[in-house]
Design a binder for this molecule. Structure first.
Ligand code: NDP
Length: 315
């Protein structure tokens, strides 16, 4: 059989952000012998941020990559089996569930905890990639504070962009907001708030041409896509808020998800529509998307998995 399992594990955790490692810490301490596959970006989205100042327990702040090393070490010390590898396919047609790793090996698991996260969408400019972490960010709540009293720009016109522009407007002198059409997608109430904020300057029909600066963001060149007129604006921070994609493609057809691919869980739990398959962190949360909320839901998933295995008599 093509998907014959070569290994059987008790609890399989997919993903290595705050949700995955927290699930691993709790599952290991409950003697559930979790095996965690890290995915292509061990440590997840926090490994592409710089300083994290809002995670409780770090009074002086900490670098995102270093924090994720701490998470991993703690999970390993509790006995989690942490492996490098990407889940590439699943077969949830019968219990125990099967997950394929790196398009080769199939693993069977009594319970699966999905913590595959989400990825920010980017504009795709080379300058955006080069200055990522040096003034370019996809998270105003994470990084806005570093631009207190400065001028920043944000691109996007959905609820996230509106919310983040408003957040930044409380910290920064001016927020330049670039919108590619002549209207915003955000809900009416959010649009009104943005348009009424005295220090948010909205630019309609505007594309970002290039982010300027050698080692840090110094300015942005924009272009009006109607008149083709360009303009350079000095800024210190550039925020991209054009949406995220949840990393849920491999679960299509198996798990219930919303129209944008976020996994659906029973409210107040991490249970998906398949018994014994749980989801935690950003892959099932398009609202909060914080390290601390992801970690909290990772804990919930491990506890839900433990209850499931106990009820089934599998522990
Ligand atoms: P959305 O997909 O709703 O919006 C993305 C925005 O980015 C759109 O305005 C889009 O423009 C713009 N965009 C996309 N690509 C580019 C590009 N290459 N260049 C310039 N602009 C671009 O994503 P959000 O993250 O804002 O929201 C996701 C979901 O979460 C939504 O359902 C939203 O309502 C919800 N949400 C709710 C919140 C709340 O209720 N408080 C808070 C945050 C999110 P265009 O309109 O032209 O396509």
């Amino acid at each position: 059989m093509a998907n014959e399992a070569t290994e059987k594990v008790h609890v399989l955790i997919i993903g290595s952000g705050p949700a995955g490692y927290t699930a691993a810490i709790y599952a290991a301490r409950a003697n559930m012998k979790p095996v965690l596959y890290q995915g292509i970006q061990p440590g997840g989205q926090l490994t592409i941020t710089t300083e994290v100042e809002n995670y409780p327990g770090y009074p002086d702040g900490i670098q995102g990559p270093e924090m994720m090393v701490h998470f991993e070490k703690q999970a390993a010390r509790m006995g989690a089996d942490i492996r490098y590898g990407l889940a590439t396919k699943v077969d949830f047609s019968q219990h125990p569930y099967k997950v394929q790793i790196d398009e080769e090996k199939w693993i069977e698991a009594d319970a699966v905890i999905i913590c595959t996260g989400a990825s920010a969408k980017w504009l795709g400019l080379p300058s955006e990639e080069r200055l990522n972490g040096f003034g370019v960010s996809a998270c105003a709540v994470c990084d806005g504070f570093f631009f207190k009293g400065k001028e920043v720009a944000i691109v996007g016109a959905g609820d996230t962009a509106a919310e983040e522009a408003l957040y930044l407007s409380k910290l920064c002198t001016t927020v330049h907001m670039f919108i590619r059409r002549d209207k915003m997608r955000a809900s009416k109430v959010m649009q009104e708030r943005v348009l009424n904020a005295p220090n948010i300057k909205v630019y309609w029909n505007t594309d970002t041409d290039e982010i300027l600066g050698e080692n840090k963001v110094e300015a942005v060149r924009i272009k009006n896509n109607q008149t083709q007129e360009t303009q350079t604006i000095p800024i210190s921070g550039f925020f991209v808020a054009i949406g995220h994609h949840p990393n849920s493609d491999i679960f299509k057809g198996w798990l219930d998800m919303d129209e944008t691919g976020y996994l659906l869980t029973t409210p107040g739990t991490t249970k998906t529509n398949i018994e014994g398959v749980f989801a935690a962190g950003d892959v099932q949360d398009k609202n909060y998307r914080q390290a601390v909320t992801a970690a909290g839901s990772g804990c919930m998933a491990a506890l839900d998995a433990e209850r499931y295995l106990t009820t089934k008599g599998l522990v």
